[in-house]
Write a protein that binds this ligand. Structure first.
Ligand SMILES: [Zn+2]
Length: 414
């Protein structure tokens, strides 16, 4: 990464978008011409490089759904004609569930996690315990790349052999962690049990929800600063938290769109939609790659000085979305709205359809009788997030089963 590109984080976002469009055009006219599967998709849609003129004009181009990859790869093995080099010229090839084969090519930074690591406080000379798997999946090598590029040493630990990991990390003075948040907790518990002293003071976590309670436990009980990121096996880095830990900045090396899952038009700022990204990667033609993940964009400027918008967190997958009165409701949104109410033990949303109208009620369980204003506050919070009027009632404890999904859709459609 050149210095100018590193500085992109701090440039006005409109300039970043223009820079991205220029780069994507260059790739389309250059390297991406070597990917027959990519050219086929453009031809079917009837668009050419010349149609890409502004950030908005990218909407004319076809979307590549993550869910299409297995079929595309099966029809034209192994990569659906979407990569620009012969298979033998790749650096590594992974197999993710699906099955999806992921190419990893010879670029100085194929997955671009350096900005995310810097924002998490990682610095040259750090010793990173990398607890992502190196077997078949890209995660291990992906994060090792960024650690090495920043000038850090990486211990390729993977997951498992917890006791050995703790003792290796302690003996080598590992001061940084990359992995699942839950596994960091497992390591810390094991260290307590065996009496090893670990020196980990910063952590970058991903691929699993990080509850704020766990984050503050890491901070308060162990003095570990934890920051999280978001990306996929195909794309690499998409977004990451800064020191503020209030949403994840778009990485300037990807163009991010948040689209309505049905219409595939941009959603209003702040409303949830599917994360669709274009990666400026000369080897893999990921133009408008739809991740299947739901998030929302916060365009407010961040006090950290980075100018890029932020993702407010990953709310879940597109296939978990339910439509109520034409609006999308996702369990992750409900959780975001209701979980701050500490007196609520359990809750669910019940959707019924009467006289051709959808009705949603949030049922909550609590140890105590909740005052009317608490129920109103919950209703207000959900309404603000979903833009949907609902009612909130308290139900007897035991009404909601432990393993019940958050959305109970009882509508009948005949
Ligand atoms: Zn920030």
């Amino acid at each position: 990464m050149t210095n100018t590109e590193r500085d992109l984080e701090y440039q006005p976002y409109s300039d970043v978008l223009e820079h991205q469009i220029r780069k994507i055009r260059e790739l389309m006219a250059g390297e991406w011409q070597k990917a027959p599967g990519f050219l086929r998709r453009l031809e079917e849609t009837g668009v050419t490089t010349d149609d890409l003129t502004t950030p908005e004009s990218i909407r004319k181009f076809p979307i590549l759904n993550k869910s299409e990859l297995p079929a595309l790869q099966a029809a034209d093995p192994p990569f659906g004609g979407l990569i620009t080099v012969p298979v033998g010229e790749l650096r590594r090839i992974y197999s993710s569930p699906g099955p999806i084969y992921d190419p990893d090519g010879h670029l100085p930074s194929y997955y671009r996690w350096e900005r995310a690591f810097s924002a998490a406080g990682f610095r040259e000379g750090d010793v990173i315990l990398n607890c992502f798997a190196y077997h078949l999946t890209p995660a291990g090598a992906m994060f090792e790349e960024a650690g090495n590029n920043l000038g850090c040493a990486v211990i390729p630990a993977g997951i498992g052999n917890t006791e050995i990991q703790v003792s290796v990390a302690a003996h080598l003075g590992a001061n940084a962690y990359v992995g699942l948040p839950s596994y960091l907790k497992v390591l810390l518990d094991k260290a307590q049990e065996t009496g090893e002293k670990m020196a980990i003071k910063k952590a970058f976590v991903i691929a699993e929800k990080l509850p704020e309670t766990l984050r503050s436990q890491f901070q308060n009980a162990y003095g570990i600063q934890v920051r999280q990121g978001y990306g996929t096996a195909e794309v690499g880095a998409i977004a990451y938290e800064c020191g503020e830990a209030a949403g994840m900045h778009f990485d300037p090396s990807v163009l991010v769109e948040i689209l309505h899952p049905d219409s595939r038009e941009p959603v209003e700022s702040g409303s949830p939609g599917e994360v669709v990204v274009t990666v400026m990667n000369p080897i893999n033609t990921l133009l408008r790659f739809a991740t299947g993940d739901i998030s929302a964009m916060d365009p407010e400027l961040c006090p950290c000085g980075r100018k890029s918008p932020r993702l407010t967190g990953i709310l879940g997958r597109v296939d978990q979305v339910t439509k109520v009165r034409g609006l999308f409701v996702h369990p992750g949104q409900l959780e975001q709205a209701v979980s701050p109410f500490e007196n609520v033990e359990k809750f669910r949303a019940v959707i019924v359809r009467e006289r051709a109208m959808d009705d949603m009620t949030i049922e909550v369980e609590s140890k105590q009788t909740l005052p009317a204003h608490t129920l109103e506050d919950i209703g207000e919070k959900v309404k603000n997030l979903l833009k949907l009027g609902i009612s909130v009632i308290q139900v007897e404890r035991g009404t909601i089963a432990d393993d019940q999904p958050l959305i109970d859709d009882r509508r009948k459609w005949e």
